[in-house]
Write a protein that binds this ligand. Structure first.
Ligand code: PRP
Length: 215
């Protein structure tokens, strides 16, 4: 469905429609109701792209005209949205992936002064299958603090296959995540220029959470 360019564990989805969505999301004149709708479309496209790495196994299917070859998805899939803004990606992911995917929410808030990620909620199981695939969802990868905090929770459960999905990423955040977790795959629609002195992605799209929820 999508096209992409991939360097080491980073995929930038350059599909024209994704880039159009991103342009609409960047536009400060896009109102919250449109932002949420476009963010949902963008989320679907990026989740499709990120889930290229899902494993299938052969399974037959009967069409109205007879037997055909088909597949079933065989991975144990975990969706981990980082609250709040990651909810838009989780909603889209749940609509498009098999119903047996598990959703575990991670509540993190970035302190506006220190830019440190503060944990306020984590609904995780005691254990997960070692070979499960975890998709950590957050529209913004800025300093990387939130992503690292979320990934660390799954590493503590001995999960090794973690994939981070974001609308936008700052080079600083990608570097920081890969310094700590080099195997984590990242799928994004753009690697932006830099972070400003307040830790905002430039040019970015502003505060995704505020724009999604109209706050
Ligand atoms: C934003 C964003 C990420 C985080 C990115 O969330 O949605 O979760 O900041 O920054 P980082 O890479 O520097 O950690 P915010 O803390 O504003 O919370 P919200 O989603 O509730 O708006």
């Amino acid at each position: 469905m999508t096209t992409s360019t991939t360097t080491t564990n980073v995929t930038v989805c350059d599909h024209p429609i994704v880039q159009y969505y991103l342009t609409r999301l960047r536009d400060y004149q896009t109102p919250s109701c449109d932002f949420r709708r476009i963010a949902n479309h963008m989320s679907r496209a990026l989740v499709y792209e990120a889930m290229r790495d899902l494993v299938t196994r052969a399974a037959g299917v009967e069409t109205p005209l007879g037997p055909a070859k088909g597949v079933v998805l065989s991975d144990y899939v975990v969706i981990a949205p980082i609250l709040r803004a990651g909810l838009v990606l989780a909603e889209a992911a749940q609509e498009i992936i098999p119903p047996n995917a598990r959703v575990y929410h991670v509540g993190l808030k970035r302190d506006e002064q220190t830019l440190q990620a503060i944990s306020y909620y984590a609904k995780l199981p005691d254990r997960l299958p070692a070979d499960c695939k975890v998709y950590v969802l957050d529209p913004m990868l800025a300093t990387g603090g939130s992503a690292i905090a979320a990934i660390s929770l799954f590493h503590a459960l001995h999960v090794t296959q973690v994939h981070l999905v974001s609308f936008l990423a700052a080079p600083e955040g990608i570097k920081k995540v890969h310094e700590q977790f080099p195997d984590v795959k990242i799928t994004t629609a753009s690697i932006d220029s830099h972070l400003n002195e307040h830790g905002f992605i430039v040019p970015g799209l502003g505060d995704a959470g505020d724009r999604i929820f109209g706050t």
